[in-house]
Design a protein around this ligand. Sequence first.
Ligand SMILES: Nc1nc2c(ncn2[C@@H]2O[C@H](COP(=O)(O)OP(=O)(O)OP(=O)(O)O)[C@@H](O)[C@H]2O)c(=O)[nH]1
Ligand SMILES: [Mg+2]
Length: 319
Amino acid sequence: MFIDTARIKVKAGKGGNGVNSFYRDRLTRVGHPDGGDGGRGGNVILRVSTNVHTLLDFQYRRHFKAKDGKNGSSKKKKGADGTDCIIKIPPGTLIFDDTGILLADLTEDSEELIIAKGGGEGKGNRSHKNATEGGQGEEKSIRFELKLIADVAILGFPNSGKSTLITKISNAHPRIALYAFTTKAPVLGTVKGEDYQFRVCEVPGLIKGAHKGKGLGDLFLKHIERTRLLVHLIDASEEIRDPFRDYRNINEELKLYGKGLDKKYKILVANKMDLAIAKENLKLLNKKIKHKIFPISSKTGEGIDTLIEEIRYRLGQVK
Ligand SMILES: Nc1nc2c(ncn2[C@@H]2O[C@H](COP(=O)(O)OP(=O)(O)OP(=O)(O)O)[C@@H](O)[C@H]2O)c(=O)[nH]1
Ligand SMILES: [Mg+2]
Protein backbone atom coordinates (compact mmCIF):
# COMPACT_ATOMS: atom_id res chain seq x y z
CA MET A 1 0.00 0.00 0.00
CA PHE A 2 1.23 3.47 -0.82
CA ILE A 3 0.42 6.04 1.83
CA ASP A 4 1.48 9.63 1.29
CA THR A 5 -0.08 11.56 4.16
CA ALA A 6 -0.04 10.96 7.91
CA ARG A 7 -0.74 12.69 11.19
CA ILE A 8 1.22 11.94 14.33
CA LYS A 9 1.69 13.24 17.88
CA VAL A 10 5.10 13.74 19.36
CA LYS A 11 6.17 14.45 22.93
CA ALA A 12 9.68 15.20 24.06
CA GLY A 13 11.00 14.00 27.42
CA LYS A 14 10.79 16.03 30.62
CA GLY A 15 14.04 17.23 32.12
CA GLY A 16 15.14 15.37 35.27
CA ASN A 17 14.83 17.28 38.57
CA GLY A 18 17.79 18.61 40.41
CA VAL A 19 18.00 17.50 44.07
CA ASN A 20 18.56 19.12 47.42
CA SER A 21 21.12 17.15 49.30
CA PHE A 22 23.75 17.96 51.92
CA TYR A 23 27.00 16.18 52.43
CA ARG A 24 27.66 15.21 56.02
CA ASP A 25 30.13 13.02 57.78
CA ARG A 26 31.33 12.65 61.34
CA LEU A 27 33.54 15.73 61.12
CA THR A 28 31.15 18.06 59.26
CA ARG A 29 28.61 19.86 61.38
CA VAL A 30 27.02 21.97 58.68
CA GLY A 31 26.66 19.83 55.59
CA HIS A 32 27.56 21.45 52.29
CA PRO A 33 25.14 21.19 49.38
CA ASP A 34 25.97 18.41 46.92
CA GLY A 35 22.68 17.84 45.07
CA GLY A 36 23.33 16.92 41.41
CA ASP A 37 21.56 18.23 38.32
CA GLY A 38 18.94 16.25 36.48
CA GLY A 39 19.47 15.01 32.91
CA ARG A 40 17.90 16.82 29.96
CA GLY A 41 14.76 15.39 28.41
CA GLY A 42 15.12 13.45 25.16
CA ASN A 43 14.28 15.21 21.87
CA VAL A 44 11.96 13.85 19.23
CA ILE A 45 13.92 13.92 15.97
CA LEU A 46 12.77 13.38 12.40
CA ARG A 47 15.43 11.76 10.26
CA VAL A 48 15.31 11.12 6.52
CA SER A 49 16.12 7.59 5.46
CA THR A 50 16.33 6.51 1.84
CA ASN A 51 15.28 3.02 2.98
CA VAL A 52 11.82 4.34 3.80
CA HIS A 53 9.54 4.88 0.82
CA THR A 54 6.07 5.58 2.16
CA LEU A 55 4.34 6.92 5.25
CA LEU A 56 2.61 3.58 5.75
CA ASP A 57 4.15 2.89 9.17
CA PHE A 58 2.35 5.90 10.61
CA GLN A 59 -0.97 4.18 9.96
CA TYR A 60 -0.10 1.81 12.75
CA ARG A 61 1.86 4.01 15.10
CA ARG A 62 0.84 7.60 15.71
CA HIS A 63 2.34 8.50 19.09
CA PHE A 64 6.02 9.03 19.63
CA LYS A 65 7.62 9.95 22.93
CA ALA A 66 11.21 10.55 23.91
CA LYS A 67 12.48 9.45 27.34
CA ASP A 68 12.50 11.70 30.39
CA GLY A 69 15.80 12.76 31.90
CA LYS A 70 16.66 11.08 35.23
CA ASN A 71 16.73 13.07 38.46
CA GLY A 72 20.03 14.09 39.93
CA SER A 73 21.25 12.57 43.20
CA SER A 74 23.51 13.32 46.10
CA LYS A 75 27.30 13.46 45.81
CA LYS A 76 26.88 15.87 42.89
CA LYS A 77 25.70 13.06 40.66
CA LYS A 78 23.99 14.19 37.50
CA GLY A 79 20.96 12.27 36.27
CA ALA A 80 21.22 10.59 32.87
CA ASP A 81 19.89 12.44 29.82
CA GLY A 82 16.68 11.07 28.32
CA THR A 83 17.17 9.08 25.13
CA ASP A 84 16.04 10.82 21.94
CA CYS A 85 13.22 9.33 19.92
CA ILE A 86 14.15 9.09 16.25
CA ILE A 87 11.43 8.88 13.63
CA LYS A 88 12.46 7.73 10.18
CA ILE A 89 10.73 9.38 7.25
CA PRO A 90 11.12 9.04 3.47
CA PRO A 91 12.99 11.69 1.46
CA GLY A 92 10.61 14.32 0.16
CA THR A 93 8.48 14.57 3.29
CA LEU A 94 6.91 17.94 4.00
CA ILE A 95 6.20 18.61 7.68
CA PHE A 96 3.30 20.81 8.75
CA ASP A 97 2.15 21.88 12.20
CA ASP A 98 -1.50 21.45 13.17
CA THR A 99 -2.38 24.92 11.88
CA GLY A 100 -1.09 23.98 8.43
CA ILE A 101 2.15 25.96 8.53
CA LEU A 102 5.02 24.30 6.69
CA LEU A 103 7.80 23.61 9.19
CA ALA A 104 10.26 21.82 6.96
CA ASP A 105 10.79 19.98 3.72
CA LEU A 106 13.30 17.21 4.26
CA THR A 107 14.88 15.77 1.15
CA GLU A 108 18.45 14.59 1.78
CA ASP A 109 19.40 11.24 3.26
CA SER A 110 20.15 11.53 7.01
CA GLU A 111 18.83 15.10 7.16
CA GLU A 112 17.40 15.76 10.63
CA LEU A 113 14.99 18.07 12.37
CA ILE A 114 14.34 18.34 16.08
CA ILE A 115 10.57 18.48 16.01
CA ALA A 116 10.02 18.51 19.78
CA LYS A 117 12.71 19.69 22.15
CA GLY A 118 13.30 17.90 25.44
CA GLY A 119 12.89 19.83 28.70
CA GLY A 120 15.99 21.42 30.22
CA GLU A 121 17.63 19.77 33.22
CA GLY A 122 16.74 20.82 36.77
CA LYS A 123 19.65 22.23 38.77
CA GLY A 124 20.81 20.56 41.94
CA ASN A 125 21.58 22.61 45.07
CA ARG A 126 25.32 22.16 44.49
CA SER A 127 25.07 24.99 41.99
CA HIS A 128 21.78 26.63 42.95
CA LYS A 129 20.58 27.65 46.35
CA ASN A 130 17.56 25.49 45.96
CA ALA A 131 17.20 22.64 43.55
CA THR A 132 14.95 23.30 40.54
CA GLU A 133 12.66 21.03 38.61
CA GLY A 134 13.37 19.88 35.08
CA GLY A 135 11.46 21.60 32.25
CA GLN A 136 8.58 20.03 30.37
CA GLY A 137 9.25 18.54 26.96
CA GLU A 138 7.53 20.06 23.92
CA GLU A 139 4.41 18.35 22.67
CA LYS A 140 3.07 18.71 19.11
CA SER A 141 0.67 17.38 16.55
CA ILE A 142 2.19 17.30 13.10
CA ARG A 143 1.19 16.27 9.63
CA PHE A 144 3.40 14.68 7.00
CA GLU A 145 2.92 14.92 3.30
CA LEU A 146 5.12 12.97 0.96
CA LYS A 147 6.08 14.34 -2.42
CA LEU A 148 8.35 11.89 -4.12
CA ILE A 149 11.58 13.16 -5.50
CA ALA A 150 12.41 12.01 -8.97
CA ASP A 151 14.10 13.76 -11.87
CA VAL A 152 11.68 12.40 -14.44
CA ALA A 153 8.01 11.50 -14.31
CA ILE A 154 6.68 8.92 -16.74
CA LEU A 155 3.04 9.51 -17.45
CA GLY A 156 0.46 8.54 -19.99
CA PHE A 157 -2.86 6.78 -20.31
CA PRO A 158 -3.34 3.50 -18.43
CA ASN A 159 -1.93 0.57 -20.37
CA SER A 160 0.37 2.78 -22.45
CA GLY A 161 3.39 0.81 -21.26
CA LYS A 162 4.75 2.94 -18.42
CA SER A 163 5.58 -0.03 -16.21
CA THR A 164 7.18 -1.89 -19.10
CA LEU A 165 9.40 1.12 -19.83
CA ILE A 166 10.41 1.74 -16.21
CA THR A 167 11.23 -1.97 -15.84
CA LYS A 168 13.38 -1.86 -18.96
CA ILE A 169 15.41 1.20 -17.99
CA SER A 170 15.54 1.16 -14.19
CA ASN A 171 15.82 -1.13 -11.18
CA ALA A 172 12.07 -0.96 -10.49
CA HIS A 173 9.87 -3.98 -11.22
CA PRO A 174 6.20 -3.03 -11.06
CA ARG A 175 3.52 -5.43 -12.27
CA ILE A 176 2.81 -5.33 -15.98
CA ALA A 177 -0.51 -6.45 -17.42
CA LEU A 178 -2.64 -5.85 -20.46
CA TYR A 179 -5.38 -4.00 -18.63
CA ALA A 180 -5.72 -0.46 -17.32
CA PHE A 181 -4.90 0.58 -13.74
CA THR A 182 -2.45 -2.24 -13.12
CA THR A 183 -0.24 0.22 -11.27
CA LYS A 184 -2.16 1.84 -8.45
CA ALA A 185 0.61 3.79 -6.74
CA PRO A 186 3.66 5.70 -7.94
CA VAL A 187 6.69 3.57 -8.69
CA LEU A 188 10.19 4.93 -8.20
CA GLY A 189 13.25 3.60 -9.99
CA THR A 190 16.84 4.61 -10.58
CA VAL A 191 18.31 4.58 -14.06
CA LYS A 192 22.02 3.89 -13.93
CA GLY A 193 24.58 4.02 -16.70
CA GLU A 194 28.35 3.84 -16.53
CA ASP A 195 28.74 7.53 -15.83
CA TYR A 196 25.23 8.79 -15.14
CA GLN A 197 22.23 8.26 -12.93
CA PHE A 198 18.75 9.70 -12.61
CA ARG A 199 15.51 8.83 -10.88
CA VAL A 200 12.25 8.10 -12.63
CA CYS A 201 8.73 7.79 -11.31
CA GLU A 202 5.75 6.08 -12.95
CA VAL A 203 2.68 8.16 -12.28
CA PRO A 204 -0.36 5.94 -12.46
CA GLY A 205 -4.02 6.40 -13.10
CA LEU A 206 -4.17 9.47 -15.26
CA ILE A 207 -7.23 9.64 -17.52
CA LYS A 208 -9.61 12.27 -18.82
CA GLY A 209 -11.51 13.68 -15.85
CA ALA A 210 -8.80 12.74 -13.34
CA HIS A 211 -8.98 16.26 -11.89
CA LYS A 212 -12.63 15.51 -11.04
CA GLY A 213 -11.62 12.28 -9.32
CA LYS A 214 -12.08 9.90 -12.25
CA GLY A 215 -9.92 6.79 -12.31
CA LEU A 216 -7.45 7.19 -9.50
CA GLY A 217 -8.12 10.93 -9.69
CA ASP A 218 -5.36 13.49 -9.45
CA LEU A 219 -4.15 11.88 -6.23
CA PHE A 220 -0.70 11.23 -7.56
CA LEU A 221 -0.14 14.32 -9.66
CA LYS A 222 1.48 16.06 -6.71
CA HIS A 223 4.40 13.69 -7.14
CA ILE A 224 5.09 15.31 -10.49
CA GLU A 225 5.43 18.74 -8.91
CA ARG A 226 9.06 18.20 -8.02
CA THR A 227 10.22 16.41 -11.14
CA ARG A 228 12.25 18.36 -13.65
CA LEU A 229 11.03 16.61 -16.73
CA LEU A 230 8.00 14.74 -17.98
CA VAL A 231 8.09 11.77 -20.29
CA HIS A 232 4.68 11.55 -21.87
CA LEU A 233 4.05 8.06 -23.16
CA ILE A 234 1.51 7.69 -25.94
CA ASP A 235 0.22 4.22 -26.80
CA ALA A 236 0.66 4.45 -30.57
CA SER A 237 -1.01 1.08 -31.07
CA GLU A 238 -4.31 2.32 -29.70
CA GLU A 239 -7.12 1.53 -32.13
CA ILE A 240 -10.30 2.30 -30.23
CA ARG A 241 -9.32 5.60 -28.67
CA ASP A 242 -7.47 8.04 -30.88
CA PRO A 243 -3.82 8.37 -29.64
CA PHE A 244 -3.89 12.08 -30.48
CA ARG A 245 -6.94 12.56 -28.30
CA ASP A 246 -5.25 10.61 -25.49
CA TYR A 247 -2.32 12.97 -25.79
CA ARG A 248 -4.54 16.04 -25.62
CA ASN A 249 -6.54 14.69 -22.70
CA ILE A 250 -3.45 14.12 -20.59
CA ASN A 251 -2.19 17.62 -21.37
CA GLU A 252 -5.57 18.99 -20.37
CA GLU A 253 -5.44 17.18 -17.03
CA LEU A 254 -1.98 18.60 -16.31
CA LYS A 255 -3.27 22.07 -17.06
CA LEU A 256 -6.36 21.69 -14.90
CA TYR A 257 -4.28 20.47 -11.98
CA GLY A 258 -2.26 23.70 -12.16
CA LYS A 259 0.92 24.30 -10.16
CA GLY A 260 2.86 24.66 -13.40
CA LEU A 261 2.70 20.99 -14.38
CA ASP A 262 1.77 21.85 -17.96
CA LYS A 263 4.77 24.19 -18.18
CA LYS A 264 7.30 21.49 -17.45
CA TYR A 265 9.41 20.28 -20.34
CA LYS A 266 7.85 17.23 -21.96
CA ILE A 267 9.49 14.54 -23.99
CA LEU A 268 6.86 12.94 -26.19
CA VAL A 269 7.20 9.25 -26.75
CA ALA A 270 5.19 6.97 -29.04
CA ASN A 271 5.31 3.48 -27.54
CA LYS A 272 4.59 -0.01 -28.92
CA MET A 273 6.26 0.75 -32.24
CA ASP A 274 6.82 -2.97 -32.78
CA LEU A 275 3.14 -3.22 -33.75
CA ALA A 276 2.15 -2.43 -37.34
CA ILE A 277 -0.76 -0.17 -36.46
CA ALA A 278 1.58 1.99 -34.37
CA LYS A 279 3.52 2.97 -37.47
CA GLU A 280 0.35 4.24 -39.13
CA ASN A 281 -0.66 6.13 -36.01
CA LEU A 282 2.78 7.70 -35.64
CA LYS A 283 2.49 9.23 -39.11
CA LEU A 284 -0.81 10.84 -38.09
CA LEU A 285 0.61 12.00 -34.77
CA ASN A 286 3.59 13.60 -36.45
CA LYS A 287 1.23 15.52 -38.68
CA LYS A 288 -0.86 16.81 -35.81
CA ILE A 289 1.85 17.50 -33.20
CA LYS A 290 4.65 19.95 -33.89
CA HIS A 291 6.77 18.73 -30.99
CA LYS A 292 9.33 16.01 -31.74
CA ILE A 293 8.08 12.49 -30.98
CA PHE A 294 10.46 9.71 -29.97
CA PRO A 295 9.30 6.32 -31.30
CA ILE A 296 10.15 3.40 -29.02
CA SER A 297 9.14 -0.13 -28.20
CA SER A 298 9.40 -0.87 -24.50
CA LYS A 299 9.01 -4.50 -25.42
CA THR A 300 11.87 -4.87 -27.92
CA GLY A 301 13.98 -2.01 -26.62
CA GLU A 302 13.96 -0.17 -29.97
CA GLY A 303 14.57 3.57 -29.56
CA ILE A 304 15.21 3.38 -25.83
CA ASP A 305 18.89 4.38 -25.97
CA THR A 306 17.96 7.48 -27.95
CA LEU A 307 15.26 8.26 -25.39
CA ILE A 308 17.68 7.96 -22.48
CA GLU A 309 20.14 10.16 -24.33
CA GLU A 310 17.41 12.80 -24.77
CA ILE A 311 16.40 12.60 -21.10
CA ARG A 312 20.02 13.07 -20.04
CA TYR A 313 20.38 15.99 -22.43
CA ARG A 314 17.26 17.69 -21.03
CA LEU A 315 18.41 17.07 -17.47
CA GLY A 316 21.65 18.83 -18.37
CA GLN A 317 23.73 15.70 -17.91
CA VAL A 318 25.17 15.84 -21.43
CA LYS A 319 25.99 18.88 -23.51
N1 LIG B 1 3.63 -4.78 -28.25
C1 LIG B 1 3.99 -4.04 -27.22
N2 LIG B 1 3.33 -4.13 -26.06
C2 LIG B 1 3.72 -3.36 -25.02
C3 LIG B 1 4.79 -2.43 -25.13
N3 LIG B 1 4.92 -1.80 -23.94
C4 LIG B 1 3.98 -2.31 -23.13
N4 LIG B 1 3.24 -3.25 -23.78
C5 LIG B 1 2.12 -4.03 -23.24
O1 LIG B 1 1.09 -3.13 -22.87
C6 LIG B 1 0.41 -3.60 -21.71
C7 LIG B 1 0.42 -2.55 -20.63
O2 LIG B 1 1.74 -2.36 -20.18
P1 LIG B 1 2.08 -1.70 -18.77
O3 LIG B 1 3.56 -1.48 -18.78
O4 LIG B 1 1.48 -2.48 -17.68
O5 LIG B 1 1.32 -0.32 -18.96
P2 LIG B 1 1.08 0.83 -17.86
O6 LIG B 1 1.08 2.12 -18.61
O7 LIG B 1 2.06 0.70 -16.77
O8 LIG B 1 -0.39 0.49 -17.40
P3 LIG B 1 -1.11 0.90 -16.01
O9 LIG B 1 -0.17 0.66 -14.88
O10 LIG B 1 -2.29 0.01 -15.97
O11 LIG B 1 -1.48 2.34 -16.16
C8 LIG B 1 1.12 -4.89 -21.32
O12 LIG B 1 0.39 -5.97 -21.84
C9 LIG B 1 2.46 -4.77 -21.99
O13 LIG B 1 3.05 -6.02 -22.26
C10 LIG B 1 5.46 -2.36 -26.39
O14 LIG B 1 6.41 -1.59 -26.60
N5 LIG B 1 5.01 -3.18 -27.40
MG1 LIG C 1 1.79 0.46 -14.79
